[in-house]
Design a protein around this ligand. Structure first.
Ligand code: NAD
Length: 490
């Protein structure tokens, strides 16, 4: 078996993790860092045989894992989270180098959150009780039984956070899991396997098969032996996954892209709104729930733009490993070209660039925070997700107009609404999304539902909703009076 990769001073396995073993592949794919395009080596590509053996391993582990009590599973999962904590520094350096996520965000946000993603759901599983429904006829015992093998597929913009967000509830609910990490940033998922090993999770409870979406991912989601698919990613991929899930009638949860409105009403705290708006450039705009369409009341437009411009000017763009950096690189050269294409086509169509608009001098994969105005509601840049540091600006004259613009895309993930609290809340309630923040942004509680409507997804995860998805709900019906079969009986 070939050696470990050495990335950012961290030794990480390039192999799959199947049935508690590292498994190499005759085919590998290359990785490079978004920071400076340096090669990070190559890792195993998942072939049909790897997908098959991961499913077999997960199926074998299922009876033992699913029969444990929630408290027994919690012991394993708490140990797993503690192992993630022990390697916090490694996770930070690795994901910063591999995915370009800010080191400071990894340290203060992502790693603690990844641990909580595991411990919260392990704890929450203890509180799940059989529900009793009593009627005149019968006593119903409603159970949440583990579903089987769960396939988890995640994107590159925050691999550790997004993977553990699904893995925590899947395992706590008694399923076994196969993770297919994003091919542009798979390394922190490989480190997760080391943590599972150190925590002595039973072999096959967690399996990791690396590889491309069209190859490895498609094989996994198309296999009839799996019981659940939990996917985070783009709309075109979700359509393919939903087709594969539909063919086998496998339930799937789809957390997809967004084009969320950021509404600034005329009674908003403009300074507060402007600092939050500048935050939309975080992670180089590669954030599904960012409010990327600024909708600003015409009475406050000039002041708002001036304040926001001041904050944007001060944003520190650079190497994500530098703790002072506020905006890092875009994940891949192809994504840079995609972002640039959106801006160039908008400008060719008559849009104006208020700031930014092109590559940043720091390097080939760094894009300037950009604000585009003079756009129409049907323009591509207003309708489609850019997934880069590019916001659009439109104005409105009334609440009704703000709501009309906010709801005028096919997406419905999130939103932000700034204004006097009662006013902003009333407007927020009319916006068609899965969630919306009033005078705030990014408050995420694991107990709350998360997910989108329209093209932004199907299903909700978080709290009880995750357990609804990762369980088979079963009604055990016990009649209250002696039962004798009869053809007239309904
Ligand atoms: P993507 O859809 O291209 O890929 C996501 C994952 O799906 C990757 O692991 C990829 O390998 C895999 N995949 C691709 N084709 C597949 C197939 N046919 N079968 C199975 N798996 C396949 O998305 P991306 O470009 O990696 O990520 C960006 C997208 O993710 C954006 O649209 C963003 O909004 C979305 N996103 C959504 C959320 C959310 O919670 N709603 C969070 C983060 C990112």
């Amino acid at each position: 078996m070939s050696r470990l990769l050495e990335v950012a001073g961290v030794a990480v396995s390039p192999h799959h993790y199947i049935g508690g073993q590292r498994v190499p592949s005759p085919e590998r794919f290359d990785l490079s860092s978004p920071i400076d395009q340096q090669s990070l080596g190559s890792i195993a590509e998942g072939l049909a045989e790897h997908v098959d053996s991961a499913i077999v391993a997960a199926q074998r582990a299922f009876p033992g894992w699913s029969k444990l009590t929630a408290a027994e599973r919690k012991t394993y999962l708490d140990r797993f989270a503690a192992e993630i904590g022990k390697r916090a520094d490694d996770f930070c350096r690795l994901e910063s180098t591999d995915a370009g996520v800010l080191l400071s965000r990894m340290r203060h946000g992502v790693v603690p959150r990844a641990m909580l993603n595991i411990t919260y759901f392990a704890e929450h599983a203890l509180t799940l009780q059989e529900r009793a429904i009593d009627t005149d006829q019968a006593h119903h015992i409603v159970r949440h039984d583990p579903a089987g093998v769960a396939v988890i597929i995640t994107p590159w913009n925050s691999p550790l956070m997004l993977t553990t967000w699904k893995l925590g509830p899947a395992l706590a609910a008694g399923n076994t899991a196969i993770v297919k990490p994003p091919e542009w940033a798979p390394l922190t998922c490989s480190l997760l396997a080391d943590c599972a090993d150190a925590a002595e999770l039973p072999p096959g409870v967690l399996n990791i098969v690396q590889g491309s979406g069209a190859g490895t991912g498609a094989k996994l989601v198309g296999d009839p032996r799996i019981a659940r698919i939990s996917f985070t990613g783009s709309v075109p991929t979700a359509r393919l996954i939903a087709q594969a899930a539909g063919a086998n009638l496998v339930p799937c949860s789809l957390e997809l892209g967004g084009k969320s409105p950021f509404i600034v009403l005329d009674d908003a705290d403009l300074d507060g709104a402007a600092t939050t708006a500048a935050l939309m450039y975080r992670n180089a705009g590669q954030v599904c729930l960012a409010g990327t369409r600024l909708l600003v009341h015409e009475n406050v437009l000039e002041t708002f733009v001036a304040i926001m411009g001041g904050y944007v000017e001060k944003l520190r763009i650079g190497d994500p490993r530098d703790e002072a950096t506020e905006i890092g690189p875009i994940i891949h050269q192809r994504q840079v070209e995609r972002v640039k294409g959106f801006v160039d086509r908008a400008v060719a169509g008559g849009a104006k660039v208020l700031w930014g608009g092109g590559l940043h001098k720091f390097g080939k994969q760094y894009f300037q925070p950009t604000l585009i105005t003079n756009v129409r509601q049907n323009d591509e840049i207003v309708q489609n997700e850019v997934f880069g540091p590019v916001l659009t600006l439109q104005t409105f004259a009334s609440d009704d107009e703000a709501v009309l613009l906010a709801n005028g895309t096919d997406y419905g993930l999130g939103g932000v609404c700034y204004g006097e609290t009662a006013h902003a809340t009333a407007v927020a309630e009319r916006v068609e999304t899965g969630f919306i923040w009033v005078n705030s942004f990014g408050i995420r509680d694991l107990a709350a539902p998360f997910g989108g409507i329209k093209r932004s997804g199907i299903g909700r995860e978080g709290g009880d909703w995750s357990f609804e998805f990762f369980s088979n709900v079963k009604d055990v019906v016990v009649p209250k009076k002696p039962f004798r079969a009869s053809f007239s009986h309904r």
